[in-house]
Each structure stands twice: as C-alpha cells, then as structure tokens.
Design a protein around this ligand. Structure first.
Ligand code: ADP
Length: 541
C-alpha cells in the first residue's frame, strides 16, 4: 500500500527520507504526535494516535495538544511537553494511569524529544505513546502478591513468636505448678507429722498432765496452721473463679485489728517479739467485711513475726488521714531486697532465700492481702530499706461515709457465759460428737444427731436455742432439715447455723432461703463459735 501511494503521488524516490518518515509514522502501531511551539499545537498525528483517542486525525491537527486531547494531556504529560520544549532534552514519562480514557484504567508511557528548527533550537516536540497497561497490571499484581507474601511471612513470624512465648509460658506455668505442689505437700505434711507424733504421745501411757497439755497446745497450733493454709488456698481459688464475695457492714477498725492481733498472738509470742500497738483515740468506722479485713492484718502480723529474728519488735499503728484509714505493720526483721518489692504481692512469690523458705508458707498470703484490700477499695504497699533493715506494709482503706449507719446492734443480750441448749447435726459422727463435747466443755447443754431426719426429731423434743447443722447429709440434707424445722410452730426460735466447707459463698443464698441464720466454716474455730454464741439472739418460739 505504501508503494502504491508513493507511485500515486508521483514521487520519484519513494525512499527519500521525509517520505519514508511518513511511512514509518503512519504504519507504526505506536501512537505518535508532533506538536509545535509553546502551546504545543498539533501538527501531525499518526493513525495509531488518532485511534487511541477515538478521534479523527483531522479534528486534532491545528489545535493545542491540551485542548485537542485533554485526556492525554493530564497526569504530568503537559508539564513534560513544556519541559522538553524548553530544555531540548528528551524525557520519558513512565506508567501514567489514564482513568478518564477508558472505563478500565489504562497505563501509558510517553517518550518525548524535541524537534529542532533551523536555528537548532526546539521548534516542537515529538511524542510517542506506549500502552503498557498489561505490564503495569501484571506488575501491580506481582507487587500485591509480594506484599501479601510479606504480610503472611510477617504474620507467620508473629505466630511463631506467639507460639514460642506461649510454650515458654506454659512451661513456666507447669514448673510453677510443680513447685507449688511440692511446697504445698511440704507445708501440709509438716503439721500432719507434728499432729501424728502428738497423737502418738497422748496415746502413750504415763505422760505427765503438764506434758500432755503442752502436746495438745502444739497440736492445736499445728491444726490452726493447716486450717489457715487450706482456707488461704480456698480463697485463692474463689478469687480465681470470681466467687469471692464480701459481706460488708459498718465495722470499727479497732475491733478488726484486735481480732487479728488475738489470732496472731501465738506466732508473735512464740518468736519472743514485742508488739507495740498505737491506735487513734476516736474510732475509725469502715464499710468492710470484718473477717476478710482481719485476715489482711493477721497475714501482715504473721509475716512480721515469721520474717523477724527472735526478739524483734512489731509495730501496728492506725491513723485517719482525711477519708482514709492508714494502717501500718512495721517490723525490725530481715527486710526485703528492693528488687523483690514490686512482685511481692503476686501469688506464689517467695523471696528466694533458704532462711525465708524455712519459715513455711505457700507464698499466697500477700496476694490475698492485696486482693482483699482491693475489694475494699483500698491499696497496700510494701517498703523496706533492704536486707536486715526491717519491712513495713501500709494499708490504705476508705473510711465509711460520714452518715454513720447504726453499728450493728447485738441482736440480743449477750450470753455472758450463760448456758445454751445446742444441737449438732452432722453425719460425720466423730465431728458431731467432738463438737458437742467441746460445747459441753464450754458450759452448754449439747446433743447430737447424725442425719437431717434425726436432727429434726431431736430438735422437736430438745428445743435447742442453737442448731449447728452440716449441709451434705444422707436421707434428709441440711437444707431440707432446716426447712422442716422452720415449718414447725417452735421452729422459728432456734438460731440456725450451717456448717459448711468449700463453697460457702455460692451456698449462702441457698442456705438463707432454707432458713439458716448464719454460716460457719468447718472445722469450727472455738473462738469464733464462742463469739457467735455470745452474740446470737434469743428468740421466743
Ligand atoms: P509466705 O509467707 O507464705 O511465703 P506471703 O505471700 O505472705 O507468703 O509472702 C511472700 C514473701 O514475701 C515471703 O515468702 C517473704 O519472702 C516476703 N515477706 C513477706 N512479709 C515479709 C516481712 N514482713 N519481712 C520480710 N519478708 C517478707
């Protein structure tokens, strides 16, 4: 066809350069345009260029580039034309996205070079367009794939790290559990060994009464220690399962501290320590669970005694500071290294030293202190100037709102040592009889029954003022027995106390519904029992 045209126009040498040039441009599949002057007026377009923009070549020629093909002039192309025209330096513009040309984005590259005039200065610019859509899309996909590979690589790395740290944590947990079980077995075995030896001694003939009394004292101490350990463990478990509830009422801080001191006395005296207590003249009222709060100070006092060389001095002081009660337990003991202070309140943490370990304990006392104080809206901090410098634990608690609610009035006249009729119902005969014996020994009149049904029958005849009732019993359980008693005409009078072990918090509502007045946790603490008997109401039938 090119040859035909050459002949048509009657040109002698169809291979003359200007003519050949036209053929190159016309037949090239690459769109080309030649523009002139500063406004880049289109002087020539090839058919590839015209069809790229879907226009007729005649409508393009003679108009400025930006006006004739505004879609082609976008994306920096116009600026490049200006530059090449002014500098005369060829330039390339790679991968321009043209969304306005086609419904789908297309990508073009531009090559531009100056067309020099007679004075060797740029008279116009030659523009060559290359459609690189496919390459660009392919490249984009590759980049995206690469990125997603990178992301999945990073994710994989993260997952591997997480799995590793999880496994390290698991291993640490397993080790901690094993360590804990070892410590716990040791801690439980010690009092058991002592009690078993004590029992053996008591059973042997010819023991002096004074020696027997000493043995019994020792056994009592060991039993108390075991009960405390088990109670602490149960509390840890209750806290972990969110089942610990406080029974708050308005209490006098002094009474709480007195309770704690009384319970800690054997350990303080046993260590030959001096205890100095200083309390403010005015009572500080707290909205608190007195049992839990007493446990807090008991733990702190016991620790002060445990971690002091014999003959130390323990100071317990309380003061009011604005809306807070501040209680400090300070000792002259072995102190705490600064590095251990921050983690002291974590469960199962014990400062690692042989002497300390020899003091016994599971390393949960302080974690309970922190939990209980926290549940009361307070905080606790530990201070020590280091080993050998003693320690101080300071507890801050919010005081009760000023509009003081009446202090819980003792519901009835105090028993003041008077004797009461008491029924003990427990399917564990030994437990029932021992408790009944203990009550008799305290000066009360006690009977026992060994299942719920018998309990109701004995109560009907004996008319006790107090019934201590186990809950889990064969035939008729404690709940049902309580219900039956309350249904009797005489059944409103007895003060009904549930003897419970594990699960007291959840059972509280259930026992209240069944008609119980109170809970006591087994094994029954004689001091708590005496207090309860002294304070319980006398109700007429
Ligand atoms: P436990 O006494 O059963 O080990 P705690 O949680 O009560 O557990 O105490 C944790 C650790 O804190 C103890 O093992 C002991 O090392 C340290 N500690 C607690 N109280 C004192 C104190 N008053 N003086 C020195 N060290 C203490």
């Amino acid at each position: 066809m090119a040859a035909e045209r050459a002949t048509d126009t009657g040109v002698a040498d169809p291979f003359a350069f200007p003519r050949l040039c036209r053929y190159f441009s016309e037949r090239s599949p690459q769109p080309m345009v030649a523009v002139e002057g500063t406004t880049h007026v289109i002087r020539h377009v090839n058919s590839a260029f015209a069809s790229l923009f879907g226009r007729d070549a005649a409508t393009l020629v003679g108009r400025p580039f930006a006006e004739a093909v505004p879609e082609g002039a976008g994306n920096g192309c116009q600026a490049l034309l200006d530059r090449v025209f002014h500098t005369g330096v060829p330039e390339e513009l790679v991968e321009q996205e043209h969304r306005q040309v086609h419904p789908r984005p297309v990508y073009w590259s531009y090559n531009m070079w100056a067309i020099l005039g007679a004075d060797e200065r740029p008279a116009g610019v030659m523009v060559q367009v290359t459609d690189i859509t496919e390459t660009a899309l392919f490249r984009q996909q590759a980049v995206a794939m690469n990125e997603s590979l990178l992301v999945s690589g990073t994710r994989q790395h993260e997952l591997t790290n997480a799995a590793e740290s999880h496994s390290v944590q698991l291993q640490a947990d397993v080790q901690a559990r094993e360590h804990f079980l070892a410590v716990m077995s040791h801690e439980l075995r010690n009092p058991l060994n002592a009690m078993s030896a004590g029992l053996h001694l008591l059973q042997s003939d010819g023991q002096e009464p004074a020696a027997a009394e000493k043995t019994r004292d020792m056994m009592r101490r060991q039993l108390n220690q075991m009960v405390r350990l088990v109670d602490d463990l149960l509390d840890v478990s209750r806290i972990a399962t969110g089942k610990l509830e406080l029974r708050k009422e308005q209490v006098d801080l002094e009474a709480v501290l007195r309770d704690a001191v009384e319970s800690s006395r054997p350990l303080i005296d046993g260590g030959g320590h001096e205890l100095v207590v200083s309390l403010p003249p005015d009572p500080i009222l707290l909205d608190a669970d007195s049992t839990r709060l007493a446990q807090v100070f008991l733990n702190l006092l016991n620790n002060a005694a445990k971690y002091s060389e014999p003959g130390g001095c323990i100071r317990l002081s309380a003061r009011r500071d604005g809306g807070e009660a501040v209680v400090s337990v300070r000792d002259t003991g072995i102190g705490i290294p600064a590095a251990d202070l921050p983690r002291l309140f974590e469960a199962f943490v014990q400062v690692d030293a042989e002497w300390r370990r020899a003091q016994g304990g599971l390393g949960i006392g302080l974690s309970l202190v922190k939990e209980f104080v926290g549940l009361h809206g307070g905080r606790v901090e530990a201070r020590s100037d280091g080993p050998g410098m003693g320690s101080e634990f300071v507890v801050h608690l919010p005081v009760a709102a000023e509009a003081a609610v009446e202090l819980p009035v003792a519901l009835a006249e105090k028993a003041g040592g008077s004797h009461r009729r008491i029924l003990v119902v427990d399917d564990n005969r030994d437990a029932a009889e021992t408790l009944a014996m203990m009550l008799e020994f305290m000066g009360h009149e006690a009977r026992s029954a060994y299942d719920g049904e018998a309990g109701v029958a004995v109560a009907a005849e004996f008319r006790p003022e107090l019934i201590l009732m186990d809950l889990g019993m064969p035939k008729v359980n404690g709940y049902e027995a309580a219900r039956r008693i309350r249904a009797e005409p005489w059944g409103r009078a007895p003060f009904l106390v549930a003897l419970t072990g594990w699960g007291a918090d959840e059972d509280r509502q259930r026992t209240a519904d069944a008609g119980f007045d109170r809970h006591l946790v087994k094994p029954v603490d004689p001091a708590a029992l005496t207090r309860m008997i002294a304070e319980m109401p006398t109700r007429s039938p």
